[in-house]
Design a protein around this ligand. Structure first.
Ligand code: HEC
Ligand code: HEC
Ligand code: HEC
Ligand code: HEC
Ligand code: HEC
Length: 237
């Protein structure tokens, strides 16, 4: 009869345990629900259904390595925890789902040389300037008076306002702009003509933080869902 040495037996048992652990770890890590494991803070308005790889292109492939090195970090084996994904999230990631041909402030436009100085103050060439992710918000721009960087010389012909645009600008009333105008022009609504009919600043603030939309619910474009987005990627292969 052939005999199994105690050493062999232990190696065999160790192999089985290793395999079981490995498989379950792999299984856990590939579950979408556990993506929250490496998450930092809640998603922005409308993004709850998105997987990490919708914006962090290479996140899925690297998830295992990242968790591994973050674990070694926790045990003091590494000096710094690694970045989540190696590629930065760019405007192109956002446009894959949010490309809107009617945007009155399209990001590509502001690469023109004449906006060079304005862009130093408000970088309108990328979404993240105003929509930083992972802060459970809708709009994160610090000061909403940023219209001043491009609309200083605005004159509206046959201005319908009770206090004209020229007067508002002379008074530096740059906070009033967003109280009448949405930024992207994606809402269909009646723009007010009287200063007494403007949207109160508290409602704008609540909207920025994820609350009710004060410009109404009628929109020209809604974003692609993750499923629709995946389909466009499949089709372009
Ligand atoms: C809608 C796009 C989007 C999705 C989906 C998304 N992220 Fe992010 N993430 C960003 C952006 C943009 C940044 C850069 C920080 C900022 O907003 O300025 C970022 C930054 C990070 C950072 C900070 C580290 C770094 O490299 O800057 C971590 C960690 C992170 N994301 C993890 C995740 C995880 C985990 C998920 C899935 C639960 C996820 N993200 C899903 C857009 C997204
Ligand atoms: C995989 C598709 C996808 C990607 C990528 C994506 N989004 Fe979204 N986003 C959505 C969906 C779906 C919604 C919810 C539906 C809607 O409001 O259009 C949404 C909602 C939003 C909203 C809130 C809209 C509202 O209802 O008020 C903002 C702001 C936004 N996204 C900005 C961004 C930015 C900035 C990026 C890039 C960092 C980005 N999104 C990347 C799909 C995406
Ligand atoms: C200079 C600041 C700024 C930049 C850059 C910017 N946004 Fe916005 N965005 C805003 C403000 C302010 C609002 C709220 C007013 C409104 O609803 O238009 C908003 C609202 C939105 C909304 C919700 C309302 C709607 O239009 O459906 C979406 C979606 C959105 N932004 C997506 C994007 C995407 C995608 C990019 C980049 C391609 C981007 N934004 C770039 C300031 C900005
Ligand atoms: C980085 C420069 C820039 C910033 C910042 C900016 N705009 Fe504009 N805006 C433009 C340009 C360029 C146009 C197009 C005007 C043209 O074609 O002559 C425009 C057009 C508009 C229009 C007219 C759209 C139409 O089709 O009639 C409105 C309304 C508007 N902006 C409001 C705002 C408001 C409100 C803010 C601040 C929340 C703002 N803008 C910030 C550059 C900017
Ligand atoms: C009381 C509401 C109200 C306020 C406040 C307001 N606007 Fe307007 N704005 C309007 C209306 C109404 C129009 C004309 C109809 C339209 O274009 O929607 C208009 C038109 C415009 C246009 C288009 C001009 C053109 O020739 O087509 C721009 C750009 C603009 N506003 C920017 C601004 C900026 C920048 C501010 C802040 C200084 C501002 N608005 C403040 C209501 C307002």
């Amino acid at each position: 009869m052939f005999k199994v040495s105690p050493l062999r037996k232990r190696q065999f048992l160790g192999g089985i345990i290793g395999l079981v652990l490995g498989v379950s770890l792999f299984y856990i890590l590939t579950l979408d629900a556990t993506e929250g494991y490496v998450s930092i803070s809640p998603m922005n308005t409308g993004h709850n259904e998105l997987s990490c790889f919708a914006c962090h292109a290479d996140a899925k492939g690297n998830l295992m390595q990242q968790v591994q090195s973050n674990i070694s970090h926790a045990f003091g084996a590494r000096d710094e925890s690694v970045d989540f994904g190696t590629q930065d999230v760019t405007v192109n990631n956002c446009l894959q789902c949010h490309d809107r041909p009617n945007d009155r402030h399209p990001t590509y436009r502001f690469s023109e040389p004449r906006f060079k100085d304005a862009i130093k103050h408000i970088d309108a060439t990328t979404c993240i300037t105003c929509h930083s992710e992972h802060h459970e918000e809708r709009v994160s721009v610090e000061n909403i008076n940023y219209c001043m960087n491009c609309h200083q010389d605005l004159k509206v012909e046959n201005d319908p306002l009770d206090i004209s645009h020229v007067q508002l600008i002379a008074k530096k009333a740059w906070n009033t702009c967003i109280q009448c105008h949405d930024f992207h022009g994606n809402h269909t609504y009646q723009v007010p003509e009287h200063l007494s009919d403007t949207i109160p600043m508290q409602k704008i603030q609540a909207y920025f933080e994820g609350g009710e939309d004060p410009y109404g619910m009628v929109k020209k474009y809604i974003a692609l869902s993750q499923e629709e987005w995946l389909k466009t990627i499949e089709n372009s292969k």
